[in-house]
Design a protein around this ligand. Structure first.
Ligand SMILES: [Zn+2]
Length: 211
């Protein structure tokens, strides 16, 4: 059962990687993608360190346990696996897949919004692309955390930030990028596409002369 679930998740992750790379959101092979393929015990299929996310193969996806250790040996998982695990552990079934991008607009806006600790997106029709959101009047509060290379410590900060915002669909790391999640890979991809697009809209809006 696990093998069949993992094979199906791998196909969706490979397709998501191709699509997100085509948008320019995974430059220089950066970013990482994962999907939960078992909850008891936790099993996460995650892209390996150094893989080109636009051209993933089955060999580029590593099955890890709840501590981020490869279950079957083999390739080294992404260095940011601890952050994926923090999201799936904190958000439960709402986060069956986690996608992480390094776009220009996420990098810029996360820096501008960092002093506030969050980026607020409000009044946009595309917010309805987020699960549970039914009106453009929704205010999506995307937490912004300071970046770090200490992924264990950062994972703990991610878990704390998400515990305080159980309805969040994404999280920004300052001058780094976006983490978005959903119940399944395609839902996470929809959330990521909505948020990344709104980042660009918001960034370009701020460039326009004030009316
Ligand atoms: Zn990253």
């Amino acid at each position: 059962m696990l093998a069949a679930t993992a094979a199906a998740a791998a196909r969706r992750l490979i397709e998501a990687g191709r699509a997100l790379a085509a948008r320019g959101w995974l430059p220089a092979g950066s970013g990482n993608l994962s999907a939960v393929v078992g909850r008891d015990p936790l099993r996460l299929l995650v892209s390996r360190s150094g893989a080109d996310k636009g051209h993933l193969t089955d060999e580029d996806l590593v099955l890890v346990d709840g501590e981020g250790r490869p279950v079957d040996g083999g390739a080294r998982p992404s260095d940011e696996t601890a952050l994926h695990l923090a999201v799936v552990a904190t958000h439960g079934a709402r986060a069956g897949a986690v996608l992480h991008t390094h776009s220009v607009w996420a990098t810029l806006l996360s820096d501008l919004a960092a002093p506030d600790g969050e980026l607020v997106l409000e009044g946009y029709e595309l917010l309805k692309g987020l699960a549970g959101v039914t009106t453009h009047g929704h205010a999506e509060r995307v937490p912004v955390l300071e970046n770090s290379q200490d992924y264990a410590a950062l994972g703990a900060r991610v878990a704390a930030a998400l515990a305080a915002r159980p309805q969040a669909h994404g999280l920004l790391l300052r001058r780094h990028g976006l983490y978005a999640w959903g119940q399944v890979v395609d839902a996470a991809r929809r959330h990521l596409e909505a948020l990344e697009t709104l980042f660009e809209v918001e960034g370009r809006r701020r460039q326009l002369p004030a009316r």
